[in-house]
Design a protein around this ligand. Structure first.
Ligand code: ADQ
Length: 463
């Protein structure tokens, strides 16, 4: 059995519950075959290894059977590769936000250099029959760099974020290198069928690729398979977490505190892709248009701090704070605040309790690769009296979770109407929708995702 090598920007100790479903699922596979996990250490050193940019120290740790190998980055590389190209170019563009992209030749050069450096350090670790699984937008050129160094490994890539339409991708200056580097992989996994369609149009139009049967595409003398592998959660782990003391205490506290209210919840990283201002405007519209919700509906919005070194994230934070202040100022009473906004990360162990206490979850991103909170919310519900999922049609999860109430988050009035419908949904309909959602989430869980991807990678004809 080949050894699995997972490469991602950040690593987590798969043995720790705080790491969440993905880290646990990857860790589980690595553990079974005795694998390697490679990526950035998360450490920034002012001058790495005596000062040469791009030559961070390599650290090796063990987590059970899993070998963790990480590389430090010097400040210049971190700023160009991570803050610059990954989070000021690829993240906004891939979430359809060309207006927020800051293109600069320097950050592109640093992104490419760091990928080359990662490839070189990884190459030292690889054995001939290793299978390599690369994750996400930080590392798109990694396979091309490995191939240039002589790698003949099976290499798969999974994109956790959406792939936008061709015309948006083509706006990235010098995007040709980017298509070419995708063809160094043997398998590319996307979150949704929509992403696969965008990939196909893009490579046919911009790379003169040929579409072959079986989801294969040929260009630059290489064939790659592209398919959707919607990521899932570890259902049993989340249920188990929900039975724990932290979660039950959280649930009991919320039920007592909000006994007279109907609780709506939002749980996100504070990111402009998550549609938080639109969501708050829809909530305000709900209070305006359906006054029965005043003095009754309370929205708890947890927005964990994220990428605070990037300007667009500072702007979204200010916008959100001002909107919350406005709604509470206009509608609040001495004994009722419509919005509880918490700008902190909620401990994972308490998350199921919050989800279970929610009568309605507002998961309304403007664009999202998948959105795992939507799935976690469903799993945390009491099947006999479940809450309702209001889900953006622009989240990858919407392709699977057809029994959620789907909304267009840009349509503030329409979203408010759907939230009202969710709040008034009869028990029978809630139970039926929940059963179907749960069945889908259980079938396509994180283990399904991992097995499907690795089986597909194992079966591609490598040329
Ligand atoms: P994210 O954009 O981070 O991930 P998401 O899938 O919503 O988004 O959440 C990932 C995990 O973070 C979930 O387990 C969730 O519970 C946790 N989380 C989110 N906000 C939190 C908060 N405020 N406090 C505590 N925990 C929080 C990227 C893509 C997604 C894709 C995932 C996985 O952007 O579209 O679903 O990767 O592929």
């Amino acid at each position: 059995m080949s050894r699995l090598v997972v490469v991602s920007n950040r690593l987590a100790d798969p043995r720790k519950p705080a790491a969440g479903g993905l880290a646990v699922a990857l860790g589980e596979t690595l553990h079974r075959t005795g694998g390697l996990w490679f990526g950035w250490s998360g450490k920034i050193v002012e001058t790495a290894d005596g000062g040469t940019p791009g030559e961070g120290a390599v650290n090796e740790h063990r987590a059970g059977e899993v070998k963790l190998v990480t590389v430090d980055l010097c400040r210049e590389d971190h700023d160009g590769y991570y803050l610059g190209y990954s989070n000021r170019v690829l993240w906004p563009v891939f979430h359809y936000r060309l207006d927020l992209a800051v293109f600069s030749p320097e950050s592109l050069a640093t992104y490419q250099r760091v990928n080359r450096m990662f490839a070189r350090k990884l190459m030292d670790q690889l054995k001939d029959d290793d299978v390599v699984w690369v994750h996400d937008y930080h590392l798109i050129p990694l396979a091309a760099e490995l191939r240039a160094m002589g790698s003949r490994h099976r290499i798969g890539f999974f994109l956790h974020i959406p792939l936008p339409p061709q015309q948006i991708l083509a706006a990235i200056p010098g995007h040709e290198w980017f298509i070419r580097s995708l063809f160094s992989y043997d398998l590319i996994g996307f979150q949704s069928e929509t992403d696969v369609i965008h990939f196909e149009r893009y490579v046919l139009a911009e790379a003169g690729a040929e579409a072959l049967p079986g989801g294969r595409y040929r260009a630059f003398k290489h064939t790659v398979v592209a398919r959707a592998f919607p990521i899932g959660i570890d259902v049993d782990e989340f249920i188990e977490l929900g039975r724990g003391k932290e979660s039950t205490d959280n649930y009991n506290m919320l039920v007592e505190e909000y006994a007279k209210r109907r609780l709506l919840i939002g749980i996100d990283r504070l990111d402009y892709s998550k549609g938080l201002p639109h969501r708050l405007r829809a909530f305000k519209e709900l209070l305006q248009k359906y006054p029965e919700n005043r003095d009754s509906a309370t929205l708890i919005q947890i927005a964990s701090p994220s990428r605070e070194d990037v300007d667009a994230y500072i702007d979204i934070r200010h916008e959100l704070e001002s909107l919350c202040g406005e709604i509470n100022g206009d509608y609040g009473e001495l004994d009722w605040m419509p919005v509880r906004y918490i700008h902190r990360t909620m401990a994972r162990k308490r998350l199921p309790g919050l989800c279970r206490a929610g009568r309605v979850a507002l998961i309304t991103p403007l664009r999202d690769g998948m959105n795992l909170v939507a799935k976690e919310f469903v799993v945390a519900q009491d099947p006999a009296d479940p809450g309702v999922l209001v889900l953006s049609r622009f989240a990858g999860a919407a392709e699977q979770l057809r029994d959620a109430l789907l909304v267009n988050p840009y349509d503030i009035q329409g979203t408010a109407d759907i939230i009202q419908r969710a709040l008034r949904m009869p028990l029978e309909e809630r139970v039926m929708r929940h059963q179907r959602l749960l069945a889908t989430i259980r079938t396509y869980d994180v283990h399904w995702w991992r097995k499907e991807f690795l089986a597909a990678l194992d079966s591609v004809d490598v040329d």
